[in-house]
Design a protein around this ligand. Sequence first.
Ligand SMILES: [Fe+2]
Length: 307
Amino acid sequence: MSLIKIEDIAHVRFSAPDLDEMERFVVAFGLSPMRESEDLLIARGAGPWPVLHVTERGEARFVAIGFRAESLADLEKLAASEGASVEDLNWPGGGKVVRLTDPDGILVEVVAGQVQAQTLALPEEPQRNTARAYPRQRLRVRLAPGPSTVLRLGHAVLEVSDFRRSEAWYKARFGFVTSDEIEAAPGFAIGAFLRCDRGDTPTDHHTLFLLQSPRAPALNHAAFEVTHFDDLRLGHDHLARDGRTPAWGIGRHILGSQIFDYWKDPFGNELEHWTDGDLFTVEDGSNTASLQDLLGVQWGPAFPNSL
Ligand SMILES: [Fe+2]
């Protein structure tokens, strides 16, 4: 049994020397920024959560990953067990936070009690005519060019120095369930896709992926859900026109099945747009998979570089 069960990933936090440059990027990426002060940039998506992406002024680096607990009572429980304190979260939506450090020194911010914001308008989603059904009749598809509409943060991939050690640390505290464990050779696991334990409520195939890597500790990427495939594709064209740096995509993953599109922000952090991912319950259990499954695609360009 884990100490608490987290609901979802909440935010990723960075520091960067030029917040204006980061703000221009997050707008092009499809987030809605708020400049809280000269030294703090916070961005939300169209969903109800007030904070998805945080940048403070400083050297360019990844600062923290945030998860959302079910309740303030769970934060208290976590803080008591870890010898940490429950602090006020001084961001839009307020709430409380417990800050922990994982075995590689990665800052983990567990939040609860945030007030949800008004959701933002979603783009039109045209119905699709396929061989099996032609629901769109006497209607044209006309899409507005522009950034994708980011709905929420869906997952992050952390590079860790010892997969088993980190897996034990995160599972003991937060109740993650393995979806797919990646074996570099039979019986030798180097990482795993972990989903939240939401009982019989379907949840994303992965909320956290831990990958053993010589680059540890590092954020490999953070992944934001967009509203649908056309929205992802429009966002790709917008980022390209805006002169942004593509990293990998557009394609469909094998593990998790989502349609993906990876980009670099101006400070070298990698962010993903995704849509149409798998959802599983606890009952769906765990699998093992290969590096080929991890890096292969069902369609789209091959993985461009080594991990
Ligand atoms: Fe991803």
